[in-house]
Design a protein around this ligand. Structure first.
Ligand SMILES: [Zn+2]
Length: 418
């Protein structure tokens, strides 16, 4: 008898309307879609404006109170008493992105709130569905979440330009926003009791394990550098001894640093060289100048610091050995962010009550939740990405996995906002 009753109550909790959510995702994906299927809705573009208007209308038609803050973050609020539970992600995309990255987190949250309203669930806290500005770094990655948490760097905002030279200030102005007002987007600690973001995994682990839900333990810290070696350009017929080959020197520094990664870190320690260029770039000329990027990520800041120390020691040794000049410029230094253990426990129990399998994961990619996590108790739920693909038109998550993930989110919100 108990088992039957449990099953019934579980079914009752599987409440969200997946058809309605899929319709919303499909409708939003029409904005900025290219013939090839990719979606381009860059922050403060014409497509972004259209998507923002669509979202505001959607929020209004669901009876939510709409607010657009001075950073352009859009919230749809289900009224209540006391501090808010905030839930959402972003609707901007990269060039030729997919239809789930970000959008799923915003529209999934909307579907949860819509279900709460429709079924008359008794929640006491306000729930705010949010879409953050410029998550995808047309100008400044996480502009919206930095403003929301009062971490805006004014100098950075003034300097920021996209790759075509359009300034952030200019783009903001065309949407009616200005720098002076930006600090007013900051929310008080006591106004928000929890933030939660549903997102596609953008990696292969959930699909490989056949599990529909990932509870994110942390977002890995991320150190990034620009390495430049200045050697001496010369003819390829020059003897091996006495060369100052910029490519060879940079290559051996990278080799050494990749070895350090293997010794200091583990398989969750990620290292990437995304850019490597040599000058003059001729087949019969020893390169006089070489430049590359180096990006590494780990959940343990101690590991990142040790690898950085090895990188610097390696550069110094090579400088001394060859009498060259390797320059290390730091581009990024983001500490790992650990999510709130209490909220994670609520997500876990929500999944278990529904009989939905979950595993714990680390995120290698950055998310709004990692910025929010510095100011408010925060958490993230992942759903599988087919073949781990994201930031491309092929990005896909099955309808079944979306339904499970959003139902876990729904039950989590019910508990957090009780
Ligand atoms: Zn995203």
């Amino acid at each position: 008898y108990n088992i039957i009753q449990d099953k019934n109550s579980n079914r009752e909790r599987l409440m969200i309307n997946i058809d309605r959510l899929m319709d919303d995702l499909t409708e939003l994906a029409k904005i900025g879609r290219s013939p090839g299927g990719g979606i381009t809705r860059r922050c403060f573009s014409r497509e972004d404006r259209e998507a923002r208007n669509w979202l505001v209308d959607k929020f209004k038609s669901c009876g939510l109170t709409v607010n657009i803050d001075p950073a352009g973050n859009i919230t749809g609020r289900l009224e209540g008493r006391g501090p808010s539970v905030v839930c959402g992600s972003h609707i901007d995309t990269i060039v030729d992105g997919g239809m789930y990255d970000g959008s799923l987190g915003v529209l999934g949250a909307l579907e949860c709130v819509r279900t709460i309203k429709e079924k008359g669930y008794d929640v006491s806290s306000p729930i705010e569905v949010i879409s953050f500005t410029d998550e995808e770094e047309r100008f400044i990655g996480f502009l919206g979440s930095y403003a929301f948490t009062g971490q805006i760097d004014t100098e950075l905002v003034i300097k920021a330009r996209d790759e075509s030279g359009i300034s952030l200030i200019e783009a903001m102005a065309s949407f009616g926003f200005n720098l002076r007002e930006l600090p007013k987007a900051a929310r008080k600690k006591e106004d928000i009791k929890a933030f939660i973001e549903l997102h596609v995994e953008q990696g292969p682990i959930l699909e490989k394990r056949g599990v529909p839900v990932g509870i994110v333990e942390c977002v890995k810290g991320n150190y990034r550098y620009r390495l430049t070696a200045r050697g001496r350009r010369n003819h390829a017929g020059f003897p091996m001894t006495g060369r100052k080959d910029a490519f060879a020197i940079l290559f051996s520094l990278l080799n050494r640093t990749f070895k350090a990664r293997a010794e200091i870190g583990n398989e969750d320690t990620l290292m990437t060289v995304g850019v490597f260029e040599v000058e003059p770039g001729l087949e019969n000329v020893i390169s006089g100048h070489a430049y590359c990027s180096l990006d590494f990520r780990d959940k343990d800041q101690g590991v990142l610091d040790l690898i950085e120390a090895e990188l610097k020691r390696g550069a110094e040794e090579l400088n001394n050995k060859y009498g060259v000049d390797i320059d290390i410029e730091t581009i990024l230094k983001i500490a790992p962010v650990y999510f709130d253990q209490n909220i994670n426990a609520v997500v876990r129990s929500s999944a278990e009550e529904l009989g939905i399998e979950w595993i714990s994961l680390q995120s290698g990619a950055g998310h709004d939740a990692q910025v929010l996590g510095l100011s408010f108790p925060s958490a993230m739920i992942f759903v599988p990405s087919h073949e781990g693909l994201s930031h491309c038109p092929e990005e896909h998550t099955s309808r079944d996995d979306i339904e499970k993930g959003v139902n876990v989110l729904f039950n989590t919100l019910l508990k957090l906002a009780r």
